[in-house]
Write a protein that binds this ligand. Sequence first.
Ligand code: DLL
Length: 435
Amino acid sequence: MIYNEEFETLPREALEALQVKRLQQVVQRVYHTVGFYKRAFDNAGVKPDDIRSLDDLKRFPFTTKQDLRDNYPYGLFAVPMSSVVRVHASSGTTGRSTVVGYTKRDIETWSELMARCFVMAGLTKNDIIHNAYGYGLFTGGLGAHYGAEKLGASVIPISGGNTKRQIMILQDFGPTAICATPSYTLYLAEQGEEMGVDMRALKLRVGVLGAEPWSEKMRQEIENKLDITALDIYGLSEVMGPGVAMECLEAKQGLHIFEDHFIAEIINPETGEVLPEGEVGELVFTTVTKEAFPLIRYRTRDVSRLVKAPCRCGRTLVRMDRVTGRSDDMLIIRGVNVFPSQIEGVLLNIPGIEPHYMLVVDREGNLDTLEVQVEVGEKVFAETGEVKVLQQLSRRITKDIKDYLGVSTKVKLVEPKTIQRFEGKAKRVIDKRTI
Ligand code: DLL
């Protein structure tokens, strides 16, 4: 089944003609409504009229996460706030995270794209969807929720956390599909087993899983433990949220990008050069229908590959490979995006510690763990042999990181001068996860 037969199966020529038309409109619009784009285009010596074909897009400048931060919170919005009906944000709970906005029509578009994803996963209005993506500033919860309602399915808005209750609801409410991060899905499966629940006997049939990188091996584990088909969903707040691309049930080979709304390019992250189809590089998206927060050539930092070959499911939409990594240092810890520099920012505001730290990321029982090792200042160390003071310090660090970035950590205070020093680029992260 295909939710929007017309737009998901357009012949490539017609699809590209539609993209060019929409691209011309959005480029005109941002040039005249968002100061940032006017300056960026002027600096690059390009004008909105320069778009005559899709190929002309590569002459336009990139937009980066830094640009979003520099224009925090609403500087890149292309409509007045009176037309914005929702905001979301990624990376952390406060501070200069990236803030995105939606008009009423943007929410409708997003809901449709999420509905397309659910249908791509074989779901209908007769399904009951257990939505364990977090509700709040994160786009996962509400994004999936609106899409499920648009489809007419029944949503259980359980959100994240409270695992025992989730398992009870999985048994009692009889959901046929689950939305969650792949690592949390595995965790749920294992916790259920530990509680003596036969997790394969639940009514669950499909998982629509994403928001973090995962592997074929994890897919098999999830499918075995829950007796479901596990499919990959991709998205990012800046571009929309979940539902930028989705894997189809029929082929399970690559994620279809909704090209009537987003133009995808793959670039060499070092040079910015556009790479030919089939080569691995950094994904770049241009949104062509968004009203509140259009983005031109946004560098996602996600590493993937594009394949235009026809798909068994009948959709003509280009497919991207599952995202295996990033071309920057962003970490995804239990679905929360964290940059080492943000943790550094929190640490620098706490008296008594040194700006020498190391982040150790691991996975215990399918849940990510983050340990922050940080040096105590000489003075504090010399003056306070007292364990209590050190405990207080460590609690403060844990609390501040949780408050500012929304991620739980284990803090390990270490003696002065014990964390490795680097002559060149500092290595701040040890990621031990094997996914
Ligand atoms: O994670 C949106 C989302 C919610 C996608 C629910 C899928 C399901 P952000 O919090 O802005 O948005 O994080 C976006 O997460 O740039 C990728 O690095 C990573 N990511 C998202 N989906 C996948 C996936 C949401 N399927 C960032 N595989 C992106 C690998 C993913 N990485």
